[in-house]
Design a binder for this molecule. Structure first.
Ligand code: FAD
Ligand code: NAP
Length: 538
């Protein structure tokens, strides 16, 4: 008896359709069954038609997430972001827990950082500087869920930032180069409320290479006076040995002294009892039993629990690592070869009779000596840079230290004799004291490099006046530059300024471009998509 051999299933789904072999075989069988044909007279589906019939393809993370991130807004509170991420895979919830600035301080953008945590290529959950303790806590709790869930069938994350990438000689956050601190020059005049420095750093021998738009990483050290106060409060010997070094040396260059991490309060909760134990436990859980949690740096935390003497080694282990800080580069390698400049505002504020110092800004502005070695690296810009075509006009909006990358852009365009027009919006507190790079910008105007300079002084008049107010005043011209193809850049404060500037631009597009608000929002969104609206905000 002859056996009937089933004809091979015709291939109705093209090889180019985005399916695995298994999925393609299943679909071919499904369609063959559906049409009960041997394939004759049947036209294969297009890849798009096939894809439309399947649930979303599984990606390299083993999920079918659409890639949309409606929570990706630096002004949205964490709770709202987490609500928007409900029902999404853990890696997307982790992304929502981050500060959404794509600032690069952790060494990645938010999406890559979360993907790397979930694929266990990055173990550190406390790297999101703008997210702070709130983000670290949320990441920790999501990470615990990850442990409970079955391990994701993830292929290597598609990210250039993966630590498993081939080791390169390029200095990085985790493997910085050594440069030399050259000089600091105060940018404000006497009487200013601000202390902002122009900083010059020598790159000789560092293998560091940068482009305008990039940020510069500095590995700071803690203020020795604060370190000594911590040692005194701990009642520990400064030379207590920790991993072959002294307690003082470790406190100077290895751990963060602000703010006090949850782990430190947890340590205190183990070392005390009664009401103090309950208080320490509450603080470790992110609660605020005395309404002072936000003011507790490491020294204030030790002082809050007097008489408790943790072992110095356990104490150090409870602290977070000291992280590098990023600064927008304010020079161009073409006009400043072998060197880099930064524009750094000193963070200094007072809480309960003690001055609190921003660690990196006071390190650069006050502590590091001329010719001292510095640990440095470049954080490549994430979609922030001059247009490829030198003829393209650019509009730069950078109040305060936000001016930094635009000084670099102007130097670059001057050096390359780019034909494009350049318009800078700068603003700060007072014209008499806070006009950074005033002479330089005047020179650039005289040379025709800086086509237009629009200024906004917030404290010169009775009412606050900001860059976005100036933008509205000259909205017609701004719109005309946009219709000429101008690229728009915004740098500085992420939380308020960047949002307000975007709102002003939407209003200008609506008013002068004769559009409804919705159409103007869509217009600005399209500018962003085309890379014509770029932000470097922090
Ligand atoms: C991409 C990028 C580019 C940047 N470019 C620049 C730049 O060009 N110039 C520049 O100056 N900075 C820039 N920054 C910010 C910079 O990285 C640092 O965050 C900044 O210098 C403060 O760091 P710090 O170590 O001195 O302060 P920290 O020790 O980190 O202390 C800062 C923290 O102190 C607290 N704080 C500050 N002021 C007060 C206050 N008045 N009351 C209570 N708490 C307060 C806040 O929690 C704040 O986060 C940039 C950041 C990023 C991500
Ligand atoms: N989110 C933050 O906490 C944050 C944001 C930006 C910068 N920083 C830190 O602050 C330091 C210095 O900042 P900076 O030198 O760049 O100056 P800045 O303090 O940001 O101020 C620059 C100018 O912007 C004005 N400004 C305030 N709110 C604004 C808004 N909503 N829209 C537009 N302009 C606004 C300020 O006016 P008035 O001050 O008179 O109102 C001032 O004239 C740096 O250490 C930086 O890291 C922190």
């Amino acid at each position: 008896m002859s056996q009937t051999v089933a004809p091979p299933i015709p291939s109705l789904v093209p090889e180019t359709a985005p399916f695995s072999d298994e999925q393609r075989a299943w679909l071919n069988g499904f369609f063959a069954g559906l049409v009960s044909l041997d394939g004759a007279g049947v036209t294969a589906l297009s890849p798009e038609q096939s894809a439309a019939l399947m649930p979303a393809a599984v990606n390299e993370f083993g999920d079918s997430d659409s890639g949309e991130a409606p929570w990706h807004d630096q002004a949205m509170p964490l709770a709202e972001r987490m609500t928007l991420a409900e029902g999404k895979p853990l890696r997307r919830k982790m992304m929502a827990a981050m500060a959404q600035q794509d600032c690069g301080q952790c060494g990645y953008n938010c999406e890559d950082y979360s993907n790397l945590i979930v694929t266990k290529k990055e173990e550190r959950l406390n790297l999101c500087v703008p997210g702070g303790k709130e983000t670290a806590r949320m990441l920790k709790s999501l990470y615990e869920e990850l442990g409970k869930a079955s391990a994701p069938a993830a292929k290597p994350a598609a990210t250039s930032a993966a630590p498993s990438a081939p080791v390169s000689a390029t200095p990085t956050r985790d493997n910085p180069a050594t440069g030399k601190f050259l000089a600091r020059t105060r940018l404000n005049r006497a009487g200013s409320e601000k202390i902002t420095w122009h900083i010059d750093i020598d790159l000789a021998g560092s293998d560091i290479d940068y482009t305008v738009g990039d940020s510069f990483g500095i590995v700071p050290t803690n203020d020795p006076a604060l370190v000594d106060a911590v040692i005194k409060a701990l009642d520990a010997p400064a030379d207590f040995p920790i991993g072959g070094r002294t307690l003082r040396a470790v406190l100077i260059d290895s751990v963060s002294l602000a703010p006090a991490p949850d782990m430190l309060f947890q340590l205190y909760s183990y070392l005390t009892g009664g009401a103090r134990r309950q208080k320490a436990k509450a603080l470790a859980a992110g609660e605020d039993p005395d309404g002072d949690a936000a003011t507790l740096d490491v020294l204030a935390a030790i002082e809050k629990f007097p008489g408790i003497r943790p072992d110095p080694e356990a104490f150090i282990e409870a602290l977070d690592p000291l992280q590098p800080r990023l600064y927008s580069i304010s020079s161009s390698p073409r006009t400043n070869p072998g060197r880099v400049s930064l524009t750094v505002d000193t963070v200094r504020y007072r809480i309960a009779k003690r001055d609190r110092l921003g660690v990196a800004s006071t390190f650069l502005g006050e502590r590091v000596r001329e010719n001292a070695p510095l640990k440095i690296y470049v954080q490549k810009a994430h979609a922030f840079g001059l247009p490829a075509d030198p003829k393209t006009p650019i509009i730069m909006i950078g109040p305060g230290t936000g001016v930094a990358p635009f000084r670099a852009f102007l130097h670059e365009r001057m050096a390359t004799r780019a034909k494009g027009r350049n318009w800078l919006f700068f603003g700060h507190q007072r014209s008499a004291t806070d006009f950074f790079y005033e002479d330089e910008f005047a020179g650039m105007k005289a040379k025709g490099v800086l086509t237009r300079l629009s200024l906004a002084w917030s404290r010169d008049g009775a009412e606050k006046f900001y860059v976005q107010d100036r933008m509205r005043e000259v909205g017609r011209d701004l719109w005309s530059w946009l219709t000429d193809g101008a690229h728009v850049y915004v740098c500085g404060d992420a939380k308020r300024m960047a949002k307000d500037v975007e709102r002003a631009l939407v209003d200008i597009v609506a008013q002068h471009g004769a559009r409804s608000t919705d159409q103007a929002i869509a217009f600005v969104a399209e500018l962003k998509k085309q890379g014509r609206y770029q932000q470097d905000v922090y």
